[in-house]
Ligand binder design. Sequence first.
Ligand code: ATR
Length: 276
Amino acid sequence: PDRYCVIGNPIAHSRSPRIHTLFAQLTGQALVYEAELVALDGFDAAVQQLVQAGTRGMNVTVPFKLEAAGLADSCSDRVQRAGAANTLVVGADGRIHADNTDGLGLVADIVRNAGVPLAGQRVLLLGAGGAAAGALAPLIAEAPALLVVCNRTHAKAQHLVDLHADLVQGASTQLQAMEADALAGPFDVVINATASSLQGAAIPVPGALLRPDALAYDTMYGPAAEPFLQWARQHGATGRDGLGMLVEQAAEAFALWRGVRPPSQPVLAQLRSELA
Ligand code: ATR
């Protein structure tokens, strides 16, 4: 069977082997998918070794997404803009193509699974690191009325917006970088793509920015998402963690590798029950 893996450091916690194994079962595809722990300074060498050993595709997670974009022989427009890749496709000739399915997964989980349309909505994206960067182009593609990027380090948010400015030219979406104290609500959807929860820091924007019943989405899941989701509920919003995003980004990667779209809903339900 063809070989695939997820590369990261740390990697023991990764749910990707479970998800892709379920996808393979549900689609009748014969493949092996494993987790590879790679030394912090050993990403390049590890990828070359895996390619030589016949690996057909890789998912890339923290902290290697930027390096993955740099090492590829070719990359998608999404990767070029985000500067980050989470999926590598290895051709028959060993050439590596990089894509980023994180933002596609985020949008699929919000629009399809949560049933919240983004078209015409006011959306606030918190963060300007790798997670936020991957989300921007797919969010713009949904044609929100307003998309504001807000980050502790404002210059990074501005840079990200500048890199995507041409995507909203002549379109109905207004794309802006704003400092936290300049934000004016209400927002229909607020997406937390910062690492603030992990560090036990406060939510970086006031709860009054959420319209009643807004969707407050954390790109993380498990305990890391809890502070943001609690904050959201306290302010009358609906909270949703990033487990669905994880499953959907995996489904997009699986489709790139195998040319078959796996059913994501039963896999998300299965993961929820396993994590409960
Ligand atoms: P990732 O790839 O997960 O996005 P990252 O690239 O390190 O990780 O980005 C982390 C994001 O969380 C950044 O937007 C960061 O803000 P800065 O650009 O100002 O560093 C944000 N972040 C991390 N800790 C934070 C905190 N305590 N409060 C607010 N934002 C925080």
